[in-house]
Design a protein around this ligand. Sequence first.
Ligand SMILES: O=C1C[C@@](O)(C(=O)O)C[C@@H](O)[C@@H]1O
Length: 231
Amino acid sequence: MSLDFDSFVLAAATADLFAEPAAREHADAIEFRMDLADDHLDALEASDGDLPILATNRAAWEGGEWDEDDAERLEVLAETTAFEAVEAIDVELEAILDDELDTDAVLETARERDVSVVVSAHDFEGTPPRGELVSTLTEASKYGDVAKLAVTAESKADTIALLSATEQLEYHGDTVATMAMGEVGSHTRAVAPIYGSKIGYAPVDPDEATAPGQYDLETLSDLLTRLGVRD
Ligand SMILES: O=C1C[C@@](O)(C(=O)O)C[C@@H](O)[C@@H]1O
């Protein structure tokens, strides 16, 4: 079975899989940020949570903390798909487009094991023009089950561009996940799902945000429920 993202998934982001019970009440899945964790496959071996896991092993060059070899990073990520609880993995679009990296092996392993693939892109500096947001999401959706884009909003116009691109992709039938990082963009975490975004991220521990501008898990869950995105 894999997370299919047909309906919205609220992912509780954590480096500690033992935090899962604290997330269960509000989240639909755990995002295991392996790059922020001390233990990777051992932690998966030891965990026995109920929520499905989205495994992310974010490279330092994409805002994460894995600053060693990329090939090893992708190998560890591929190995997570052998665990039953891992129903999705996150692979960076930039890694897929890099000819020097063998992301085909990761994508194929995931397919063989019926694990969904989230293809992600991040902009920590700003928000590109709307057309570029659409083309990045369109490109990402060629390789994965979900095309994910996180940008940094510096103005209300940036947030509108992101929501509009989200709506366009959804209208076209693509499965996307979008969010604007930073304070100006915080509200997009609650409203982007109305325009078609299928994943929201919030930290299990409010003091351990995994991106700027995140709401804590309970707050985001509550906002999404009030907006009718979740039951
Ligand atoms: O890529 C994403 C999205 C994110 O950066 C966010 O803005 O909520 C949080 C990360 O944990 C996740 O891997």
